[in-house]
Design a protein around this ligand. Sequence first.
Ligand code: IVH
Length: 679
Amino acid sequence: MTKNIEEKIEKLRKKIDKWNEEYYLDDNPSIDDAIYDKAMNELIDLEKKYPNLITINSPTQKVGIFLKKTSFKKEEHNIEPMLSLKNAFNEGDIFHFDEQIKKENIKDFSYYIEPKIDGLSISISYKNGKLVRALTRGDGKIGENVTQNIYEIKSIPKEIFLKDEIEVRGEVYISLESFEEINKKRILKNKEYEKKGRKPLELFANPRNAAAGTLRQLNSYIVRERKLDAFFFFLLFKDKTKGKETQEKNMNLLKKLGFTINSHFRIANNVNEVMKSIKEISNLRDDLNYEIDGIVIKLNEIFNYEKLGVTSKFPKWAIAYKFPTEIKETKLLKIFPTIGRTGRVTYNAQLEKITLLGSNVQKATLHNANYIKGLNINEGDYVLVKKAGDIIPKVIGLSLEKFKVNKEEWKEAKNCPSCNSELKIFEGEVDQYCININCPDRILEIFIHFVSKKAMNIEGLSIKQIEKFRDLGWIKKITDIYNLENHKEELLNMDGYKEKSVNNLLSSIENSKNQNLNNVLFSLGIRHIGEKTSFDLARKYKDLEIIRNLKYDELLKDDDFGEVKSGSIIKFFENKENIEIIKELKEKGINFIYKESILNRNNFFYNKKILITGTIQGATRIEIKNLFISYGAIPVNTVTKDLDYLIVGENPSNNKLNKISKDKIIEIIDINQLKQKYG
Ligand code: IVH
């Protein structure tokens, strides 16, 4: 009975939420006021009858929010002020930090190291197992009460099993995917606004700004829609005698309570291990789905914090290593489009040469036409260029010093720079696309992806060679690679090809037929389906024939694949040309089966969680990882309780070795030994 009522209430709330949004945000109601009132009254009546079903986010509780509330209530942080972190910019600063700790005669200590999330700090209070309040940092002592908005973040637990009064501190952020989605929606809205003669919405410059703008929204509908998320990294008990062991222990407790903690943490036993962890985490940066701006190093043993103390601004037991960034001004010589493998247009900047973080920069990304228009830049203008770590340099705005040179408004390309066909913008999309499947630049990108290591791993095909074969008409679609052997004689007569290199190329092509299903899936270049999703799909469904016939609802049921990914998979396998390619791949003998399922039930590593540390001779880390995957093993990134085996090569991480019992350690010298023993 109550289940039905709950469902009814939820349905009404959803409807009213949507109408509120149309009315208050879009100025565009889709229904008559009378219908709105009827639904609202129905909800009010139901909530009167079932007061235990009232939530603070029900539209009945939030009416005030729409009446132009002007600010959030300012409230004090109860247990402790929210401090900031001192910054470290180089190794010297880290060594100095370590020495300061040792000076206090603190011995036998370790460090807890994790990414520094580029978002906004939040402190959430729980009493009697219930979320009661969420405050922003504010000035550290007094923050703003944003409880209602925090309630809209799905991953934050609203109830926990711990009854102690606690404060949990963390960082609210927006994923790169959601950030793009928000700006995309704004661009689309602006198109409507332009027609109505309304002032356009400004685009968010980066995910942090988007998260900040969202969390400080007076309307929590927007928070829900924009999918904020949060990582937590600090736990405080009201009872000051509790939670004083280690950061690691507190983080484990947070995890058990249902909070998301960052999985890329490390424990380091000395300053050299800290430096190593910093390098490892820095290397992950480009693969993360959220922005990080540094790495936080905290003393792990909390009982020592008091001894070290705090300054007025930051604690002496933690430091933030900030990633280097450099911004310089230069002249924008040319704006030119390039075509990716999906046909999407990316605009690039040709720049007057500058040096950023020690390397020469002449090109930078400009994303899409809206980005360029938003920055109000054109060829000839002076622009600011930023480089952060390994990331491709990016034009971030007009020079603040020089006047705008080119007053003319920049216009986007109308035709594909490669095949000259007309560029299209799909309904509901913002990017331009070349939709010619024979477009030479598009083909080139498709091939570069197909042969890459994480895909079919075909060695001996450089970009130049792919271009050459494409121009000769030998390769038009990916399956043509498997016909290259028919051109062996011609290849041997070509400049720069010797018997050995031709044989190597052809055998590499032949070997690629045995790539595992996750690699084959990845090689297809399905939109939004990266390395990890390909792996998840392969593990779960085990056969490409099954995957290609999956229904949208089946995919969506799975937590791993959301609407975007599920939709993209379905769209890919519905396409006639793609169906043809899959058929041909099968005819050519490309493996469609996830190897674990046919070969490896008896393998020693089948279904075992493994972590590799150190170097294993004779193959790259990716190759070793793939070999383990083909044995049916599950590679993980950190030492956890349920890790089955730590695979140890040369120069392993002591930190990892120390954390695991001896019987779980397997030493491997080189790939041959691995294959002989376990393959
Ligand atoms: S520890 C006493 N860990 O960075 C400070 N902070 O610049 C305890 N931040 O205010 C904070 N990621 O909002 C910590 N993994 C992380 C973090 C992190 C982001 C933020 C936090 C802090 C600010 C300092």
